[in-house]
Design a protein around this ligand. Structure first.
Ligand SMILES: Nc1ncnc2c1ncn2[C@@H]1O[C@H](COP(=O)(O)OS(=O)(=O)O)[C@@H](OP(=O)(O)O)[C@H]1O
Length: 317
């Protein structure tokens, strides 16, 4: 049975059997349902590898990786890119390149962590720790020196506060007390920015990027504006489609603003839509304005360098 879809309706991801507003194609509905069922049976151990092979489903090493930045909007970016029919996401953070134990398990272990996809599709994973972990650029280079690398950044001070907020929430969940952001971010002896504080260090984007540039040319990176992805996601996603050499398929239909959440959510089809989990979009604690000013002044020269290297300028204060 073939399903003649409505105006502009076609499968977004045949494996999941999702549909979106993207074209006018006819699609073999039964074939999609069959493959979906087959995958389900395979996961349960009832379908053979041979059956999976017959339907050309493979687990592929990522052709693009979202390497960071933590709290930059990496989850939103991955989920939104997954709306594209040619993209398949690895749902979990794999932490292959930053975790020595995982890395020692070898590349086949990594591949087997990937979702099934059709050969023409590209697999994308995200592990924000990659961006700041010393060993990662060399390890990724050894796997694929021409891989495409995505970095999503936010205004550095906001990102640092977001980072702090996540840790604070974890402490509070365990009924533990924690320092105020101001105490961690400012060295009480010198009254200067505490560069030993990880949330501060992670926001010095240029320092981390420079390490990556020892292995990969700047053309292999694409910088996503994480602040704009929050307020106006489509143009940012269209830039990524271009960078990945994908035909433009994500449309405004796939993204709708949810006033309750205060964020854009994802629409796959007329029945299936989803917002990101509540752990995304936490309310940040109020931070002393003099500390914010100090941090912004501190990040300023690093930001300038980052703009220079990447060729992408942000309106960060
Ligand atoms: N559409 C949508 N929905 C919800 N949240 C969104 C969205 N787009 C971007 N963001 C922002 O993503 C921030 C979390 O970033 P990450 O996913 O990179 O966090 S993590 O490093 O994986 O923990 C998270 O940061 P906080 O607001 O500070 O919690 C969000 O602001």
């Amino acid at each position: 049975m073939w399903l003649k879809t409505g105006p502009g309706l076609q499968p977004i991801c045949p494996i999941d059997g999702r549909f979106g507003l993207h074209g006018q194609d006819e699609i073999p509905l039964r074939a999609l349902q069959f493959k979906r069922g087959l995958l389900h049976e395979f996961r349960k151990g009832n379908a053979s590898k041979e059956q999976i092979r017959l339907h050309s489903l493979v687990q592929q090493i990522p052709k693009a990786i979202i390497i960071g930045v933590r709290k930059g909007g990496t989850r939103a970016l991955l989920e939104m890119l997954n709306l594209h029919p040619a993209v398949v996401k690895a749902s979990q953070e794999i932490h292959f390149f930053d975790n020595d134990e995982n890395y020692a398990k070898g590349i086949e272990w990594y591949r087997k962590k990937m979702p099934f996809s059709y050969p023409h599709q590209i697999t994308i994973e995200k592990s924000p720790a990659y961006f700041i972990t010393e060993e990662v650029p060399e390890r990724i280079y050894k796997m694929n020196s021409s891989i495409k690398l995505l970095i999503i950044v936010r205004e550095p001070t906001t990102r640092a506060i977001s980072d702090y907020t996540q840790v604070l929430e974890g402490k509070e969940r365990k009924n533990k007390t924690y320092y105020k952001f101001e105490k961690l971010a400012i060295d009480s002896n010198t009254c200067e920015v505490n560069t030993k504080y990880k949330a501060v260090r992670t926001s010095i984007y240029t320092k981390h990027l420079e390490r990556w540039l020892k292995y990969f040319p700047i053309e292999q990176f694409h910088i996503v504006d994480g602040d704009r992805l929050i307020t106006e996601p489509l143009p940012e996603l269209q830039l990524v489609e271009k960078f990945l050499n994908l035909p433009p398929r994500i449309s405004q239909y796939n993204l709708y603003f949810n006033a309750t959440r205060g964020f854009y959510c994802l629409r796959f089809n007329i029945v299936f839509n989803k917002c990101l989990a509540g752990s995304k979009g936490r309310i940040h604690p109020e931070v002393d304005s003099s500390v914010i000013t100090k941090l912004r002044k501190f990040f300023h020269p690093f930001n300038q360098k980052f703009y220079q290297i990447t060729g992408r300028t942000f309106n960060w204060p």
